[in-house]
Structure formats: structure tokens, C-alpha cells
Design a binder for this molecule. Structure first.
Ligand code: FAD
Length: 405
């Protein structure tokens, strides 16, 4: 029983394989992915890719020879279906049996299905995979009435891409605030206003009750007040569900994700979980969290590879994130969850904005819009542990960079 087997050839899976090799690990590394192609980046799928600005080849996470050059065995188009923990073997859907010394679950997440009738009509599309994005590119060529359900990051990014294609989408969400779960009220209000000014119709506090269609194709979205909004393309972005089935079948603990400790280990010492599928202890807030970001997937992969090569340390990387919505470039340092106070700094000249989020007197997150220098400084400031108060930030001369000096 030697070697590491990784289930899921996405951002986290590829990074853990790479970091193992960088750390000198020289036993077998096998990367199993169910998607029928080499690993690729997801973030552009709701951004540049839809505008036709990025050829398929540039989506690849690593170059053609990357896996071969490092002796990483890449098995794509195959799904792991069974996990025998006592025998330490993984079985794939084509019958392949892979013994492992350590198993990494990096299975990611999938779009949450829309909980209303009509979700399976033709013209109703989620957005997670390259196949989804290719279908959307095709449909955008002839679409006239686009409705986006869910005003989260992906929904709003997609809305901006629609506008770039000359369409004026309608975005609806049950919540009152856009990107409700993840950003502060001032940032949400700014994005709602700016999307509106650019031609998106936002219907907040609006629940879809049914997708209606004719001959199996979607024609509209019915809402709780009885209106039907015409639609020949409906994109759903109502969150994701972590892929925990394999872990749960093998008797591992799951609770909104595969449960791991601060070392990203499950209760089985031979199995770890990283990335979108992992529920881990929040090093800053207490409680368990699950994050959906490239930063989290990559940093957890690096942390795990370090442990597997003898340099164990708890996972405590500072979360950061970006969401580019047309010309509105949001960057977030830290986690705004649980903040109770914000200080807004606006640059009237460039319309850029940075929102400092505090929990009590501690700075927990900084959200920046078109202020990349603020974002980089905020990441350093939050990671440094240097104290900064709301009064500091509200001062006329405040700059995060100067504050640390
Ligand atoms: P994934 O990348 O989802 O990879 C998991 C892989 O495992 C998948 O390919 C899946 O098919 C495979 N798999 C699952 N189960 C099995 C099995 N049993 N057997 C074999 N294979 C299996 N993050 C940002 O930080 N910034 C952004 O701007 C941003 N934009 C995004 C835009 C879109 C459209 C999407 C979908 C995501 C975006 N994200 C963004 C989120 C980011 O892409 C994810 O957080 C990241 O991909 C997570 O990596 P992962 O490896 O955990 O999961």
C-alpha cells in the first residue's frame, strides 16, 4: 500500500499532486476525475469565456506535459464509486481498483437544483462545468429573454456577460440583498445600483414558483406574486451542494461537507478532504465552515501536501476571493460573516470603493471594488495581526499600507 490517490481532478486535486512532487514525494500519485477532459479553471467560465475572449486551450489548469513530467498518473473520465476503508482500496466506475496509502477527497461541489417545478425544461442551465459554459455560449447566440435565478457571484457575473452580448437580463432572488451570504450591505447596495445602471433588471425579494414552458422548452419564470417573466434562457445560480456521497457511503462524518479537523484529516487517519467539499474548523471565528474559492482549494492542498511529507501544520490561511462582474471588480480579503460594523471609503474620482468590516473592534474583512492596491494591502494587514480600529480607517489620511509601516 503505497502512494496517494486523489479523487477529483479540479483546483484542489491538481494542486495537492503538484505540491507533493514539489516537496519531494516520490511514491505514486494518482489523480482521478470524472469529467472527460484534463483539469481546467472554473472562474473564467462565468466571465471571459462567455464573451468568447478565452480559447478552450487557455482554460487548462496546467500545461500538456505537466502530469507526465511529474509522474502524476491522470485518470480522467472515470468516477470513483466505492471506498473500502478497511482494505484501503478505491473502486472506479470502470472496475479499476486502486489501493492507496493515503486518499485525498477533492470532489468539489455541484449546483443546487432549483426547488421549483420546471427545472428540467430545455433552456434551463446551471453553471459549473465547461460543458455548461459551452452550452451557454451556444444559447447566448440566439437568446432574447434571459432570466437569471440567484443574485450571487455566478448569477451576477453571468448577467454582466449577457450585457456584453447585447442582452438585458432579469436577475431575481428571494433575498433582499445581492450576494447576500457573502458581502456587507454597502458592497451589496453598490453592486445592485451599478448593475441596474448598466442595464440589468434586478428583482430582489422575488421568489420563483415555477418555470413554465411549451413543447418541453422554457418560456417563462412565474413568481410568487403571479407574474410570468418571459424567458428563453434561464440560468440558475442558487448555490452549490458539496459532493460528499462517496465519503458518506464509506461511513465518514459529513455535515455540509466532509468533516475534517484543523489538519484537514477526516476521522480516518488515511483519508483527508480539501477544497469545496471540505467542512473545516474556522481558525478565526470558531465553528466549522466550508469555503468555495480558488484560494481555499489551493492553500488547503498545499497544507495537506506539507503534512503528508512530514511538515504538518494547522490550516489557517487568510481567505481571499474575487468576483469580476464586467467592469466591476470585487476583491475580498478575509471573511465578512458575523461582522457588525462597516466603514466605507469611497474614491469619488474613480468610483472605486473599499468597505472595511469589523466584528466588535476587530477588522475581519475588506471588500474592494476596482481598488486592487487596497485589496493587496488589506490581505497583508489582516494576515499581519496589526490592530486597526474603525476610527483609524475613518480618518482622512488612512491607508492600509501606511498603517502597517
Ligand atoms: P472542483 O474544481 O469542483 O473539482 C472537483 C472535481 O471532482 C470535479 O471535476 C468533479 O467532477 C470531480 N469529482 C467529484 N466527485 C468525483 C468522483 N466520485 N470521482 C471522480 N471525480 C469526482 N472562485 C474564486 O475564488 N474566484 C472566482 O472568480 C470564481 N469563479 C467561479 C466561477 C464559476 C462558474 C464556478 C463554477 C466557480 C467559481 N469559483 C471561483 C469557485 C472555484 O472554481 C472553486 O472553489 C474551485 O474550483 C474548487 O476546487 P475543488 O478542487 O475543490 O473543486
Amino acid at each position: 500500500h503505497g502512494g496517494v490517490v486523489v479523487v477529483g481532478a479540479g483546483q484542489a486535486g491538481v494542486q495537492v499532486a503538484e505540491s507533493l512532487r514539489e516537496a519531494g514525494y516520490d511514491d505514486p500519485v494518482i489523480l482521478v476525475g470524472e469529467e472527460p477532459r484534463p483539469p481546467y479553471q472554473r472562474p473564467p467560465l462565468s466571465k471571459e469565456y462567455l464573451a468568447g475572449k478565452l480559447p478552450d486551450a487557455e482554460l487548462a489548469l496546467r500545461g500538456d506535459r505537466f502530469y507526465e513530467d511529474r509522474g502524476i498518473r491522470l485518470l480522467v473520465g472515470r468516477r470513483a464509486v466505492e471506498l473500502d476503508r478497511s482494505g484501503r482500496v478505491l473502486t472506479l466506475d470502470d472496475g479499476t481498483v486502486l489501493p492507496y496509502g493515503h486518499l485525498v477527497l477533492a470532489t468539489g461541489a455541484r449546483p443546487r437544483p432549483l426547488p421549483v417545478p420546471g427545472g428540467r425544461l430545455e433552456g434551463v442551465v446551471g453553471l459549473r462545468t465547461l460543458d455548461d459554459a459551452q452550452e451557454l455560449c451556444r444559447r447566448l447566440e440566439s437568446a432574447r429573454d434571459v432570466v437569471v435565478i440567484g443574485a450571487g457571484f455566478i448569477g451576477l457575473e453571468f448577467a454582466a456577460a449577457c450585457r456584453a452580448a447585447g442582452l438585458n437580463p432579469v436577475v431575481l432572488d428571494i433575498a433582499e440583498q445581492v450576494m447576500g451570504r457573502a458581502v456587507s450591505a454597502p458592497t451589496a447596495a453598490h453592486f445592485a445600483e451599478q448593475h441596474g445602471l448598466r442595464g440589468t433588471r434586478l428583482l430582489m425579494g422575488t421568489a420563483p414558483t415555477e418555470l413554465v414552458g411549451r413543447d418541453g422548452r422554457v418560456t417563462g419564470v412565474r413568481t410568487a406574486d403571479g407574474t410570468t417573466i418571459p424567458a428563453d434562457l434561464v440560468v440558475t445560480g442558487v448555490g452549490v451542494l458539496p459532493n460528499t456521497e462517496l465519503a458518506a457511503l464509506a461511513g465518514l462524518d459529513t455535515d455540509n461537507g466532509i468533516v475534517v479537523d484543523e489538519y484537514l484529516a477526516t476521522e480516518d487517519p488515511h483519508i483527508s478532504a480539501i477544497g469545496d467539499c471540505a467542512a473545516f474548523p474556522d481558525p478565526r471565528g470558531g465553528g466549522r465552515i466550508r469555503l468555495e474559492s480558488v484560494q481555499n482549494a489551493a492553500d488547503q492542498a498545499r497544507c495537506l501536501a506539507a503534512r503528508l511529507t512530514g511538515a504538518a501544520r494547522p490550516y489557517d490561511a487568510l481567505p481571499w476571493f474575487w468576483s469580476y462582474q464586467g467592469d466591476l471588480r470585487l476583491q475580498i480579503a478575509g471573511l465578512a460573516t458575523g461582522h457588525d460594523h462597516t466603514v466605507v471609503r469611497k474614491d469619488e474620482r474613480t468610483q472605486g470603493l473599499s468597505v472595511y468590516c469589523f466584528r466588535g473592534s476587530s477588522l475581519v474583512a475588506v471588500e474592494s471594488v476596482n481598488r486592487p492596491a487596497d485589496h493587496m494591502a488589506a490581505r497583508r494587514l489582516l494576515a499581519s495581526g496589526v490592530t486597526v480600529t474603525p476610527e483609524d480607517v475613518a480618518g482622512p489620511e488612512f491607508s492600509a499600507r501606511a498603517h502597517m509601516a
